[in-house]
Design a protein around this ligand. Sequence first.
Ligand code: NDP
Length: 325
Amino acid sequence: MELYDVIIVGAGPAGLSASIYAKRAGLKALTLEKNPMSGGQVLNTYEVDNYPGLPGINGFDLGMKFREHADKLGCEFREADVISIRRLGDGEAAELQAASMGNQKTHGQKGYCLLTDQGELWTKTIVAASGATHAKLNVPGEEELTGMGVSYCATCDGAFFRGKTAAVVGGGDVAVEDAIFLARGCSKVYLIHRRDELRAAAVLKKEVMSLPNVEIIWDTVVERIEGEEQVESLSIKNVKTGKEEKLSVQGVFVAVGIIPQKEVFEKIVQCDERGYLIAGEDCATTAPGIFAAGDVRGKKLRQIVTAVADGANAITSILDYLVNQ
Ligand code: NDP
């Protein structure tokens, strides 16, 4: 059985940063990605304007730059879906020790077995960099009309609504960025937010409010998405007045937050009340040898810049862990 120093689960900014740091530190590292060139959410971001040194870079280009950097250093990638993770048993741990330390006795380092759709993989440590996925509105019509006017990615699907009317639901960075992006091609964009204040960064708020074809509908929730074969309208309700109305739109972009992809880790790593893996700035989780990086980690600021920082911190912690075990 081949034994890795670290297996990095996920190839978004956090995973790629960890790959680069691991390679440069001389660790035997493998990065797993579900799909070829997975890349994470950054690939679907139209414009990233807060990554230092690269103002206004397209998200796809930034993601590809991270990947090219890792490829240039010779980082090892494999396409594999992790099904489950288990701590190695005592016998297996001894085998692991023998394989890694030339039969030298060390103190209790056990390691993990990752069961993937491509077979088992053994590793001393893991970086959980599995990221997050889109949250849903969970209203009637959403599931039925997904791909028929309901979308979770404005940069992927926005072009279908050129010259048409679209709505964006949410008030965070993603919703506001989506509204700004869609306003470039759509005749009209409604930004529907459940409160009377946007959560998004001030610079984005200012920009979206300056756009003549964006109308912000405050204090309002979507109750139903309607249409036969395509989205035709939204039933919306003002949460303060209780007033309901129908809004005619051809597309609706749902941007109501993200859900951590923690399923394979949650049995061995403690999660917080929102489902994120509990880990501090050193990225160490409650499971020895497992480190969390990027959007799956419980933290205040989920940005590309903090994801890449996590990747670097996780590998630095792993170097300490491998020496001290
Ligand atoms: P956020 O959690 O920041 O915002 C989600 C928004 O959706 C909030 O305004 C929230 O309302 C609203 N919302 C949540 N649930 C519902 C619901 N059921 N119905 C209606 N509205 C709802 O998520 P984002 O996806 O915008 O961003 C995710 C993370 O990614 C953030 O940390 C963000 O900062 C980060 N990001 C970083 C970027 C970068 O690095 N350049 C770019 C884009 C995003 P309320 O405000 O009332 O809670």
